[in-house]
Design a protein around this ligand. Structure first.
Ligand SMILES: [Cu+2]
Length: 379
């Protein structure tokens, strides 16, 4: 390490230890425990906080003291101000300079730590969209779990698993507008852009037997809430995720076998409706949102802005999901993104089975895959 940097760093570490003090706890709330999470952001914040507090209290005390000491008194003529004092002027130049320059070095170090990920970090792709997150694990695996509505948000929230005690590098981009990855527990955030990639890294904590943020899981885990910190439209406030740090075996098991055991195609489709964010625009209860409801959609004829009508069958569903701009449903805007390359064949079948299952014209969704046999309903 550069000896100059080392000097400032050890000075900072000696004055402000990595352990969260009572004031830091008051300001930040929950202790992230491991300084690695926050790349020293919290320490840097407290460093600046204490310097500012010290200067503020010092200045206020001195002004008050002098205001009293040199107040106007009857019979005492005001003394002439000194024109200058070399020793004093040098002191008040040099001391603040040292303080500010040290802030630069300490800050730069934290910044560098934060932008340069360790070379052994696990790289994962994170895509932000209106209004949700897709995290792609190796082999195209995506999250298969959501928190039910009402747990931390009015809508369901995807759960993203990460192995414990591992550096994670997220390669991020956005599908539509600017979003921002923000996990308050990590003390830091990073924007996601539609036309550029950005990255964010953090180290997950080493789990202790007592780490049981979700006691129902039966194994140690820590949970952190992920927010979007860049206003991105209607349901920006619901653009949440849950980051769950789990033991390595649990993570590896998930990669091998992402779907819960014995889950049916229809249930899978129902999960995908919230996991892939379709729920932001498509209701299941007949109410229309940004997009048409899925209730009794499949197997019926619908009207489109070019004046045509179409039967909602398997083929048309596939086209609507991969090429949503081709036929715009009357009364709606062309705001749905194409899911080409993001929803694979298995997931498409699950979605179709689910849409059939909630339509009284859908036939029996378990009777076979719609693209493999004659349609049962609507034709
Ligand atoms: Cu957003």
């Amino acid at each position: 390490m550069n000896p100059f940097l080392g000097l400032f760093e050890s000075a900072r570490a000696a004055t402000f230890p990595a352990q969260q003090g009572p004031v830091a706890r008051f300001i930040f709330g929950r202790d992230p425990q491991e300084a690695a999470y926050s790349a020293g952001v919290e320490g840097l914040f407290m460093f600046i906080f204490w310097i500012s507090t010290f200067v503020f209290i010092g200045l206020m005390a001195l002004s008050f003291y002098w205001a009293v000491k040199y107040r106007r008194r009857p019979g005492v003529a005001p003394p002439r101000s000194p024109s200058h004092n070399t020793a004093l002027e040098i002191t008040w130049t040099i001391i603040p300079s040292i303080v500010f320059i040290s802030l630069f070095f300490v800050g730069f170090r934290v910044y560098a730590k934060q932008v340069i990920a360790p070379s052994d970090a696990v790289r994962l792709d994170l895509i932000g969209y209106r209004w949700g997150w897709n995290l792609y694990y190796p082999g195209g695996v995506t999250s298969t779990e959501t928190l039910p509505p009402g747990t931390i948000s009015a809508s369901s929230v995807p759960v993203f698993m990460f192995p414990e005690d591992t550096p994670i590098l997220l390669e991020m981009s956005s599908q539509d507008v600017i979003h921002s990855f923000w996990v308050p527990d990590f003390r830091s955030k990073m924007d996601l852009f539609p036309n550029r990639s950005t990255s964010f890294w953090f180290r997950t904590s080493k789990l202790q037997p007592g780490d049981m943020d979700n006691p129902d899981l039966g194994y140690p885990n820590k949970e952190h809430i992920l927010y979007c910190a860049e206003y991105c439209g209607d349901q920006h406030s619901q653009m949440l995720g849950l980051i769950r740090v789990v033991p390595r075996e649990v993570y590896e098991n998930f990669l091998r076998n992402p779907w819960p055991e014995g889950i049916s195609l229809v249930e899978k489709g129902k999960l995908l409706h919230s996991l892939r964010g379709c729920n932001a625009c498509h209701s299941l209860d007949g109410s229309s949102g940004t997009g048409p409801t899925w209730l009794n959609w499949y197997g019926y004829e619908h009207r489109y802005t070019d004046g045509s009508t179409h039967l909602a069958d398997a083929d048309f569903t596939r086209e609507s999901i991969y090429y949503p701009g081709r036929k715009i449903r009357s009364g709606y805007q062309n705001v749905m993104n194409s899911y080409l390359g993001q929803i694979n064949e298995e997931e498409m079948r699950a979605l179709i089975a689910f849409m059939r299952s909630i339509s009284d014209q859908g036939g029996d969704p378990t009777a076979g895959f719609p693209d493999e046999e004659e349609e049962t309903g609507g034709n």
